[in-house]
Structures are given as structure tokens and as C-alpha cells.
Design a protein around this ligand. Structure first.
Ligand code: UDX
Ligand code: UDX
Length: 497
């Protein structure tokens, strides 16, 4: 089979960017991305794409209408395709057996049934969605049980390792591409066909091939390992705060060991995103089902540590603000789960904000990319509050950070957007209530400069020494002196003119 037509079911964060890059790098392929959501497809066909991803607009604009198409006609796209990616979401189950932990495969299953129903020739079906180990077995069973006689399928696992915010870069230059398939002649052939697509731009030595189950498990394991590193450094951050160590110094010292490496050691208010928690829960559930309780408990602890980190930070804000935030305006900078994305799924910001709202704080929230409706929807969802109307009254979504700080008692940094580093914090301080606090949940600001300006600064993994606080008090007195001098100068200026 020579692949000419590729279809992708699911035009989300994974399917959209992945297939856009495939179309860009493989002009000899016709790539059609389909989705059941009319709104999503209309957005992909408009000037404002449904997701924000640096570099994505350029790729889509170049290929759309040439060899990249976004369509609602799922049946035709499946029928015409030689190879079909399944990129639908696999959320954590919210009902029945495995509720709150297992991955919900109902969308993957309905896609498989649809493929079986409309296919008129052989297809390679590729799992892109993250799935539990042995999900490919269910897909092949559904396909073979429901299709016309004589039509053959090969199911491959080809998990996506792209990271939001750098998706295009990750797709163009991945550390590896992983393809798992059946250990048979047909399986090997299918792996070869999919490899051929990636080899349009990725060196063959970066394409790893395994059996299907190893590939499925490697995806879960990769995310679990990454999440575990974040939880490990976050656990150390709590020790730092209690001892006077500085977590970034510890992370640097630990990361210099080439066996550990420096990446994913940035202490934070907790990890978020659509994958880490979901995949960890999935792994825990699989381990339990396999009667491996020690393994399940081990990975569960990575999630527990993340919850602890989020709530620890929220509690610290309340404590520092004299044990009460009721009716106090607080400026929140950042709502996305990380910088350079508008995605808020499992964002730690949502949990911290929810805790503060529970305490009665008024939140002025600013994020450069998250849509205001999304923030409202997240914070008023049933998972976050039982009092959506009350929460709505406590939230103001701002489109200017300088608006957000007016009369605020504190600035709370919850996403590491670069622009937060370049604000005029002196100008902001003049608008804020005193004492003015900065709670840096991402460790991105220049803390000593903020202390010198007169802020009280709290961050993850570091307690500021008494010296810094004394300096802070002295600086405050200096600041008040400067203000008095400024007023006096202005008065003289008025008198003279
Ligand atoms: C992906 C993966 O596929 C998931 O397994 C991974 O763990 C997280 O990332 P993502 O692309 O982020 O999911 O999901 P989302 O942005 O929600 O996109 C899924 C799309 O599939 C949605 O646009 C949805 O409308 C579409 N869909 C879902 C269908 O077209 N048909 C369905 O039956 C179900
Ligand atoms: C992750 C994986 O990296 C990717 O390979 C997989 O395909 C999908 O899941 P993503 O969730 O998009 O990607 O973002 P990632 O960069 O991994 O960050 C996840 C979370 O961890 C974010 O909330 C981020 O802020 C946090 N994080 C990351 C830290 O708190 N500290 C770090 O050092 C790194």
C-alpha cells in the first residue's frame, strides 16, 4: 500500500497540530482532519484557530486548502483514507467502574465502530490518543467483528509526546517517534508505512519501533516519570521553605548530575495539563487491576504530592494575608496550566483560585491567552464549586494587568508567562493596598528587586531571610520619604508656575 490519504479523527490539541505538521512536511499526502464539533471545524477553517500554539498559524495558513483540510464529513474522510489517526480525547472516567481513575475509552470505541462501518478497503488505524495498555486489542476486535468480510486492518500505537506551548517545535524536532505494532508480517509492514510518513522530516534513527503494548505503556510511563520529577522537586521545595535552603540552588546542584539531568526540576505551584494527572490515574488504576497495590500506591503518591503543593500554596496566601482574604481584592496573573498556551485543563491556577474564592477573596484575573469565558466556566464548574453564582460575583476578568492590581492586597503569579517579568512593579505598587504582597507560584520574578521596591514576597521553595525583611522595611521607609519629596516638589512646581 502506498499511503496517499491520511485522515485524523479529533481536531484537538493533539490532532490539529500533528496533522498540520504532517501536511506541511509531506506535500505528497492529502491530510483531512475531521471532528464531530462543528464549532471546532469552523474555527480551524477561520483566521482564528481554536488553539493557541506558537508557529501553528503559519503552518496551517500555508497548507490549508492545498493538502490540509478540516471537515465535518467524517464518513467520506474515513472511506478515502489509507491511514487513520484516532486523536479523540480519553478523559478520566466520571462514572461506573474505575470512576475518577480509569481512562474513558468511549470515544475511541465509537471511532472504531465508525471506521468498521464505513471502510470499503484495507486501513491502517493509528492510536494517537493516550490509552490504557492493550486498548489496541479492543480496537482490532471491534474492527474485525463489525466490518465487511475481506477488509483487513492493522492497528498501530503511535503516542504523541508533544508538549503544549512548544508543540510545533516538538513535532518538527522530536526526541523520538514511537511506533508499536503487531509482531507479524502485516504489523511490520504497517509500521514501515507510518515510519515512511515521519521520515519525510525525521531521521530514521529517531523512530523507535516496539510491540503494541510496549508503545502504549511507554506513553503512560513517560508522562508518569515527568510528573514524578515535578512532584519530587516540589516535595523538596517544602523542605527548603522549612530549612532556609533555596530550591533552585538544590535543583541546580541535583540537575548537574548527568544521570539526573537539569530538565523538569522547576519547583512550582503544581503540575497541570490534560495529561499528567489523567495518565497517572490511569496507571494507578491499571496497577490496581493487575493486583499490584504497591505499584499503584507508588504512583498515587505523585498525584497526592501535587495536590499538597497546590493547597499548600493557597493556604500560605491566606496565612500571610493575616489569615483572612474575605472581601480582599487579589490580582491573579496567569490562569493557563503553563505559558504559551491558552489551555486551562487541570491548571493549578484553577485549584488555587478556587481555594481563595472559597475563602471569600475577590479575584481580578488576568491571563494573556485564556478566553474570559473559559476562566468563568472553569471556576463555576460543578467540580470546583457548589455556589456558581456566588463565585461569579467574586471574579473580575481583566484584560490589562495594571487594572487587575488596583486596590489589590496581593499579586498571585500562577503561570510562568514571560511578560509577567517585564511589568512595571513600581507602578503597580502605587495602586495597591499596603502591605503589598507578591506570591510567586512559578518563581519567575526578581524577588530581591521586588523586596527593594517595598513588596513582601513569598515564593515556592524559599523563605526570605530576616535581613531581607529588615531591608524591606527600610526600603519602605525610603519609598515613603521619596513620595513625600515628590509631593513637595510638585507643590513647589505649582507655586512657581
Ligand atoms: C489528546 C489525546 O488524544 C488524549 O488521549 C491525550 O491524552 C490528551 O490529548 P486532545 O487533542 O488534547 O487529546 O483533546 P481535545 O483537544 O479535547 O480534542 C479531542 C477532539 O476530538 C475534540 O475536538 C472532540 O470534538 C473530538 N471528538 C471527540 C470527535 O471528533 N469525536 C468523538 O467521538 C470524540
Ligand atoms: C506533557 C508531556 O511533556 C508531553 O510529552 C505529553 O505528550 C503531554 O503531556 P504538557 O502537559 O503539554 O506535556 O506540558 P509539560 O511541559 O509537560 O508541563 C506539564 C505541567 O508541569 C505544567 O503545568 C508545567 O507548568 C509543569 N512543570 C513542568 C513544572 O511545574 N515544573 C517543571 O519543571 C516542568
Amino acid at each position: 500500500m502506498v499511503i496517499k490519504n491520511v485522515c485524523c479523527i479529533g481536531a484537538g490539541y493533539v490532532g490539529g497540530p500533528t496533522c498540520s505538521v504532517i501536511a506541511w512536511k509531506c506535500p505528497d499526502l492529502r491530510v483531512t482532519v475531521v471532528d464531530k464539533s462543528e464549532m471546532r471545524i469552523n474555527q480551524w477553517n477561520s483566521d482564528k484557530l481554536p488553539i493557541y500554539e506558537p508557529g501553528l498559524d503559519e503552518v496551517v495558513m500555508e497548507c490549508r486548502g492545498r493538502n490540509l483540510f478540516f471537515s465535518l464529513d467524517i464518513d467520506t474522510a474515513i472511506r478515502d483514507a489509507d491511514l487513520i489517526f484516532i486523536s479523540v480525547n480519553t478523559p478520566t472516567k466520571t462514572y461506573g467502574v474505575g470512576k475518577g481513575r480509569a481512562a474513558d475509552l468511549k470515544f475511541v470505541e465509537s471511532c472504531s465502530r465508525k471506521i468498521a462501518q464505513v471502510a470499503t478497503g484495507p486501513k491502517i488505524v493509528v492510536e494517537k490518543s493516550t490509552v490504557p495498555v492493550r486498548a489496541a486489542e479492543s480496537i482490532i476486535n471491534i474492527l474485525t467483528a463489525n466490518t465487511r468480510p475481506g477488509i483487513s486492518f492493522q492497528v498501530l500505537s503511535n503516542p504523541e509526546f508533544l508538549s503544549e506551548g512548544t508543540a510545533i517545535e516538538d513535532l518538527l524536532n522530536p526526541d523520538r517517534v514511537l511506533i508499536g505494532g503487531e509482531e507479524s508480517e502485516g504489523g511490520a509492514k504497517a509500521i514501515e508505512e507510518l515510519s515512511w510518513i515521519y521520515q519525510h522530516w525525521i531521521p530514521a534513527k529517531k523512530i523507535l519501533t516496539t510491540n503494541t503494548w510496549s508503545s502504549e505503556l511507554s506513553k503512560l510511563a513517560s508522562n508518569a516519570f515527568l510528573a514524578q520529577r515535578v512532584s519530587s522537586i516540589n516535595a523538596i521545595s517544602a523542605v527548603c521553605e522549612a530549612t532556609g535552603a533555596d530550591v533552585s540552588q538544590v535543583a541546580e546542584a541535583v540537575g548537574h548530575d548527568s544521570r539526573v539531568g537539569p530538565k523538569f526540576l522547576q519547583a512550582s505551584v503544581g503540575f497541570g495539563g490534560s495529561c499528567f494527572q489523567k495518565d497517572l490515574l490511569n496507571l494507578v488504576y491499571i496497577a490496581e487491576c493487575l493486583n499490584l497495590p504497591e505499584v499503584a500506591n507508588y504512583w498515587q503518591q505523585v498525584i497526592n504530592m501535587n495536590e499538597y503543593q497546590r493547597s499548600r500554596f493557597a493556604k500560605r496566601i491566606v496565612e500571610c494575608l493575616f489569615n483572612s482574604v474575605t472581601d480582599k481584592p487579589l490580582a491573579v496573573f496567569g490562569f493557563a496550566f503553563k505559558k504559551n498556551t491558552g489551555d486551562t485543563r487541570e491548571s493549578p491556577a484553577m485549584y488555587v483560585c478556587s481555594h481563595l474564592l472559597e475563602e471569600g477573596a475577590h479575584l481580578n484575573i488576568y491571563d494573556p491567552k485564556v478566553a474570559p469565558d473559559q476562566i468563568l466556566q472553569d471556576l463555576t464548574s460543578a467540580a470546583m464549586t457548589s455556589e456558581p453564582e456566588r463565585v461569579k460575583r467574586l471574579i473580575t476578568i481583566c484584560d490589562d494587568p495594571y487594572e487587575a492590581v488596583k486596590e489589590a492586597h496581593a499579586i498571585v503569579i500562577l503561570t510562568e508567562w514571560d511578560e509577567f517579568k517585564s511589568y512595571d512593579y513600581n507602578k503597580m505598587l502605587l495602586q495597591m493596598k499596603r502591605p503589598a504582597f507578591v506570591f510567586d507560584g512559578r518563581r519567575i520574578l526578581n524577588h530581591s528587586a521586588l523586596i527593594d521596591l517595598g513588596y513582601h514576597v513569598e515564593t515556592i521553595g524559599k523563605r526570605f531571610t530576616r535581613n531581607a525583611l529588615v531591608r524591606n522595611a527600610a526600603t519602605r521607609q525610603h519609598w515613603h520619604r521619596l513620595q513625600r519629596q515628590k509631593v513637595a516638589r510638585n507643590n513647589i512646581h505649582h507655586i512657581m508656575h
